[in-house]
Design a protein around this ligand. Structure first.
Ligand code: ACO
Length: 329
């Protein structure tokens, strides 16, 4: 899969809300226990928006860190993509809000909605822009703040999610490095497995939609679970096959951090060793589009990821959507 231009991630950044919420804190809100949450999901704590924190503010902080690390100025960015399903507002896009705050005066800006697969969709789009010469430097943010759309009375969902943002800068890199392949998938017939019924143009906010709790996430957990295990395995295999690689060739798999049991089931079937699989779900819960870029940022900062490492990214989410990417660091 060699192409004339190699596109890679040249820097990373992350931002989290200030407020840390443990499983024990949740025991005071719904009928749950630290034991149940840890055993059934792997989550121990998560960060949740408070005071005046917003998606765009987290995205901005993560973006500034990534820009600094890349040694770029905001004016060097041609395109800003924010992968999110929880923008500050229906419109304008969160990407435009960041563009203004950064004074990235040369950048086009838009949001991209692909559920928890948003970061991988963004990676694929950014790659096309750079490969075709339409952009030189792309700022891609994966940011989600699901806490305002979580039903804090529903123990099936409220224990799972956390808020956060991860940012990367994509630019041309030397041949043989960067993104080797990426594949995206969707199946809209499964939209009803994970959705927020109201708040869009189909069911705008009314007294009834509020009373019926229609502005909150509805999820068929067991069905999403089964689907996730299958597509995580299949799309990881597919991306490796495309590049004539095998699971044992991977230095790291960075899976979407939704449930440690999903990750363990998929890793086992792929015959991956535990040290090949990067996890931070215990500290952050499911941060949707932010999950993968935050794991990536931490692994780079900790010195785990080194130049030349072969890394697979794989995710699934609302839509339903799923996808995978393979990159050489
Ligand atoms: N505390 C205590 N008990 C609970 C809790 C809780 N927080 N949540 C559910 N239970 C109970 C259920 O009510 C049920 O009780 P019952 O048997 O008396 O009815 C029991 O636990 C078992 O419920 P299951 O749904 O079978 O539990 P399961 O082991 O499947 O775990 C979970 C549920 C964690 C939701 C799992 O199905 C899952 O992780 N699914 C995938 C969800 C996911 O990844 N969503 C994100 C998609 S990505 C995106 O785009 C946002």
């Amino acid at each position: 899969m060699q192409s004339a231009t190699a596109v890679g991630i040249v820097s990373t950044g992350k931002a989290l809300p200030v407020s840390r919420v443990t499983n024990f804190d949740l025991e005071n809100i719904v009928d749950t226990s630290d034991k149940w949450i840890r055993e059934r999901t792997g989550i121990e704590e998560r960060y949740i928006l408070s005071n005046d924190e917003t998606n765009s503010k987290l995205s901005l902080t993560a973006s500034k860190i990534a820009l600094d690390k890349a040694g770029l100025k905001p004016k060097d960015i041609d395109l800003i993509i924010v992968a999110t399903v929880t923008p500050d507002m229906i419109f304008p896009s969160t990407a435009c809000l960041i563009q203004s705050e950064l004074n990235a005066c040369n950048a086009a800006a838009f949001d991209l909605a692909a559920g928890c697969t948003g970061f991988l969709y963004g990676l694929n789009v950014a790659e096309q822009y750079i490969k075709t010469g339409a952009a030189k430097n792309v700022l891609l943010v994966g940011a989600d703040t699901l806490s305002p759309v979580i039903d804090w009375q529903d123990r099936n969902t409220c224990v799972l999610f956390g808020d956060g943002a991860g940012a990367v800068i994509l630019s041309e890199v030397e041949r043989g490095r960067g993104l080797m392949a990426s594949k995206l998938f969707s199946d809209g017939s499964k939209a009803g497995l994970l959705y927020v019924p109201a708040g869009g143009s189909r069911a705008p906010a009314t007294v009834r939609t509020v009373e019926e709790r229609m502005h909150y996430i509805k999820m068929n957990g067991p069905e999403v679970f089964k689907f996730a295990v299958t597509v995580m395995i299949d799309s990881t295999k597919e991306i490796l096959n495309l590049c004539e690689k095998k699971p044992e060739d991977l230095d790291y798999l960075i899976p979407h951090q939704a449930n440690v049991r999903i990750i363990n089931a998929a890793s086992k079937r792929l015959r991956l060793k535990p040290e090949q699989v990067l996890l931070n779900i215990q500290r952050y819960g499911n941060m949707s589009s932010a999950s993968i870029p935050v794991v990536l940022d931490e692994a780079v900062e900790e010195g785990k990821i080194k130049p030349g490492n072969l890394i697979a990214l794989v995710s699934f989410g609302a839509g339903l959507t799923w996808g995978a990417a393979l990159l050489k660091w």
